[in-house]
Write a protein that binds this ligand. Structure first.
Ligand code: NAP
Length: 334
């Protein structure tokens, strides 16, 4: 496993981290607790020492499952737990709330669900236009001083928002969407992170399964699975993305003896101070981790990959559809 140091609190994290949104069940068609726990422990066996969760995932369920999985055998001490707050939910509808009172309340609830006395990395989940950044940042700074959290991160932030937060409290990580198909951060967030030594936790590393090579035009999703509404999974756009996946897979096999999945995760790791958040809910989904390590993509390969993307995808679309409502009155994604 390749490792990266998160500046400041001297935390050394694995460059592949386990993402546990799907493990919470909500927006992923349900969850299986025993299988989820086996997945978390399997990730640890494979050298992963960072787990990303959030209070809102499964409305507390994901955090509870992470807490339960790490509660035995001294696992908690071996792991870094990253969680997020600043969203609230009512009757299945979510909205942003980064007020000091909400953050304080959420930290206490997250600590309890995670069965721990400190959160290694506490992240603001989404910017909240209703609350001044300085107020949220001051609360995060207090939590740091109190020892309830060891490091601060932000998610879905612009560089300007990051700077405003950082003027009040130290920010060590930023968590944006980033994968071969969702590259908006290359224009601003990524160069800013490189310049400021901020680690980038890239979410949706597999583009919600699209970059694994297992999705076909016939794939169907159940229940509340977000991919039923994900613009990339709708025709005619889906056909373009599937053509890209197929060509990337051929390219990876011919040039590196790898699959498109390994290529996709390697590509993220080769872009800078990045950590790939890999969402998995079954142990076997983590089997390819080894294929990602110990090689890299050169400039020529990067150029060829860009050529494949440009030739296959005419109407690229980002990950904006996951954004929650900015205020309780507005519509939610759920
Ligand atoms: P992802 O990692 O791109 O994709 C996860 C899905 O890919 C899994 O649920 C699984 O789908 C499929 N998959 C994983 N490994 C596979 C394999 N080996 N073979 C075939 N399919 C495989 O998407 P994500 O979970 O949305 O993103 C990763 C993490 O980023 C999240 O869990 C969360 O921690 C974080 N995140 C953060 C934000 C934010 O706003 N900060 C937003 C989104 C995500 P099936 O189980 O259905 O097969």
């Amino acid at each position: 496993m390749e490792m990266i140091e998160i500046d400041g609190p001297r935390m050394v994290a694995s460059r592949v981290a386990l993402g546990t949104w799907a493990i919470g069940g909500w927006m992923w068609g349900g969850t299986d607790v025993r299988e989820s726990i086996r997945t978390i422990r399997s990730a640890i066996d494979r050298g992963v020492n960072l787990i990303d969760t959030a209070a809102v995932y499964g409305f507390g369920r994901s955090e509870e499952i992470v807490g339960k999985a790490l509660a035995v055998g001294g696992l908690r001490e071996r792991m870094l737990i990253a969680t997020k707050g600043g969203l609230e939910w009512r009757n299945g509808k979510i909205s942003r709330n980064a007020s000091p009172a909400r953050i304080r309340q959420e930290v206490e609830q997250s600590l309890r669900r995670l069965r721990t006395d400190r959160i290694d990395l506490y992240q603001l989940h989404w910017p909240d236009p209703m609350v001044p950044i300085e107020e949220t940042a001051a609360t995060f700074g207090e939590l740091l001083k109190e020892g309830k959290i060891r490091a601060i991160g932000v998610s879905n932030y612009s560089p300007a928002q990051l700077d405003a937060f950082r003027a009040i409290a130290p920010v060590r990580t930023i968590q944006p969407p980033y994968n071969l198909f969702e590259r908006a951060i290359e224009a601003d967030v990524l160069p800013h992170a490189v310049q400021t030594g901020t680690a980038v936790l890239a979410y949706g590393a597999l583009c919600r399964g699209l970059l694994t090579g297992k999705i076909t035009a016939a794939t169907r999703f159940n229940g509340d699975d977000l991919r039923r509404n994900d613009p990339k999974f709708q025709q005619p756009r889906l056909a373009q993305y599937l053509a890209a996946v197929s060509q990337l897979d051929r390219f990876a096999r011919l040039n590196f003896g790898k699959t498109v999945l390994a290529l996709a995760v390697r590509w993220i790791l080769d872009q800078g101070p990045t950590i790939a958040l890999w969402g998995a809910r079954r142990p076997d989904q983590l089997d390819p981790i080894g294929d990602v390590m110990g090689w890299s993509l050169g400039r020529d390969a990067m150029r060829e990959i860009d050529g494949i993307l440009a030739a296959t995808i005419n109407h690229p679309v980002g990950a904006e559809f996951v954004a929650p409502a900015a205020s309780p009155a507005a519509r939610s994604v759920a």
